[in-house]
Structure formats: structure tokens, C-alpha cells
Design a protein around this ligand. Structure first.
Ligand code: ZN
Ligand code: ZN
Length: 253
């Protein structure tokens, strides 16, 4: 049967998309029609974070109690960053997808994750001058071969047409992984762990920074990064993560 020009174009478009997005469901690899999505089984399993939420840290509220509401944790101790937003709740449904991206070389998930982050964090992206990722220590970068946050920052830079300064922050110390640590220990673990790349200081002065990470757990890491950026002269720091932990009571930060 002769192949029509339209079929060839469609095939070429699909091949181009496959090169960017994984061909199957981003979570379970089940074949799907439109790459860069979840299948109909995985999609409803995820918990997408949407308003109403804390105006500062993005912690989701059960009901709408008025514009600009902030959670008890932010009221008690406001974070150094101005606003944090996330796409998905980090839970049983999303965990394997995120860990697979972070630890199993499934880096072709980055463009999809970044597209979702671009939607969830549109106002933060519009309001920033530059995007920067939470850095890995050089030793961990060698082990892992890529910085999962830098990949998201690079994709978001393309989507939002904002510069990504991937080496703005440097991780000075090879801190132990945050997994398994209490909230208090996490804050202690990353205190003083970051510094500004001396070659980037002049770009940072007076700039509005959008800090990117894959998961916000207690907020200890983004808090340490935000303090570092603000101390060095950034005007403002917002945070955009792919997912965040949502505890019953947001009293950790
Ligand atoms: Zn699926
Ligand atoms: Zn809050």
C-alpha cells in the first residue's frame, strides 16, 4: 500500500517527539498516543497540587479560607524564599516515577516534568530574571552522572525563555543524603553547604532567582540555597519543584 505524504509527516513528527519525550507513559511505559504524558491508568493515581494552598510554601489546604492565606509553619517561621510551588504530591503513586528519574538514568522524563512545572509555576517563571538548580556536590555528580535539578532547569529555561545559570550555586560540602534524616537534622546537614560561584556574583546582584529542585521534602535544602543567594545580593528567590511532600500538619519548616 502506498504511503501518503501525510503519513510520512506524521511519522516524522512522532519520531521527533519520541526523541524528546519517552514514547510510552512517563510512569509505567504503557504505550500511549501522545508522548510526554501519563496513561489513563496512572494519570488519576497522581495527586496534583492546586489552589487553595499556602501563599508562601504552596502547602495545599483542604478548603479555601481566603486569598493570601499562609500555613501555620510559614506564619511561625517564614522561609527565606518568597514563594514555593510544586506540581505533584510526593506519595506512593509518584514516588517510583521520581526516583526512577533521579537514580535510574530515566532522564528522558525531564522534558515532561519540566512542561508540567512550567504550567504549575508560570507566574514564578514570568517573574524571575534567571533560573538556577539546586547543585549536587562534584563527587555525587560523578556518581550519578547528571544533576536531575539542572536538567529540569535547562528544560524550563527553554520553555520560559529565561536564562538558566546552572553553576550559580556550588555545593561546598559532600553532605550525607537527606533521606532518613529528621527535619531538624536535615536543616543541620545542609547549613552552610552552599556558596555562590565567584564568577557569577555580579550577575546575581539585584536579580530575581527561580530555584529548581526535583522534590521539596522539609524545605531544608531550598532554604539553605535561598539564604545563600539572598546573602550574596539576590533581590528575591522563588522555588519551583516537581513534587513535594505533604504531611498531615505542615509544622516542619
Ligand atoms: Zn502509566
Ligand atoms: Zn506555608
Amino acid at each position: 500500500m502506498p504511503i501518503s505524504a501525510r503519513q510520512i509527516i506524521r511519522h516524522m513528527q512522532k519520531t521527533a517527539l519520541d526523541a524528546v519525550f519517552p514514547p510510552g507513559c512517563v510512569n509505567c511505559s504503557e504505550p500511549i498516543d501522545s508522548p510526554g504524558n501519563l496513561c489513563s491508568r496512572c494519570w488519576p493515581e497522581m495527586t496534583y497540587i492546586s489552589a487553595p494552598f499556602c501563599d508562601i510554601c504552596g502547602y495545599p489546604f483542604e478548603y479555601h479560607a481566603g486569598d493570601g492565606m499562609i500555613c501555620a509553619a510559614c506564619l511561625k517561621r517564614p522561609p527565606a524564599y518568597s514563594k514555593a510551588r510544586a506540581v505533584l504530591k510526593y506519595d506512593e503513586a509518584s514516588r517510583d516515577m521520581i526516583l526512577g528519574y533521579k537514580h535510574s538514568d530515566q532522564t528522558n522524563r525531564a522534558p515532561t516534568f519540566a512542561q508540567w512545572m512550567n504550567r504549575a509555576g508560570l507566574s514564578l517563571i514570568d517573574g524571575c530574571d534567571m533560573i538556577c538548580p539546586v547543585p549536587l556536590h562534584r563527587q555525587r555528580l560523578i556518581q550519578r552522572r547528571f544533576n536531575q535539578s539542572a536538567m529540569l532547569a535547562r528544560e524550563l529555561s527553554k520553555l520560559g525563555d529565561k536564562p538558566a545559570i546552572l553553576d550559580l550555586l556550588i555545593r561546598k560540602h559532600h553532605t550525607r543524603t537527606q533521606g532518613g534524616l529528621s527535619a531538624r537534622a536535615r536543616f543541620r546537614n545542609v547549613r552552610g553547604a552552599f556558596e555562590i560561584n565567584p564568577a557569577r556574583i555580579s550577575q546575581l546582584k539585584g536579580a530575581r532567582i527561580l530555584l529548581i529542585d526535583d522534590v521539596l521534602t522539609t524545605g531544608a535544602t531550598v532554604e539553605a540555597c535561598s539564604k545563600c543567594l539572598l546573602d550574596a545580593g539576590a533581590l528575591n528567590v522563588d522555588v519551583l519543584t516537581f513534587s513535594r511532600v505533604v504531611r498531615a500538619a505542615n509544622n516542619i519548616i
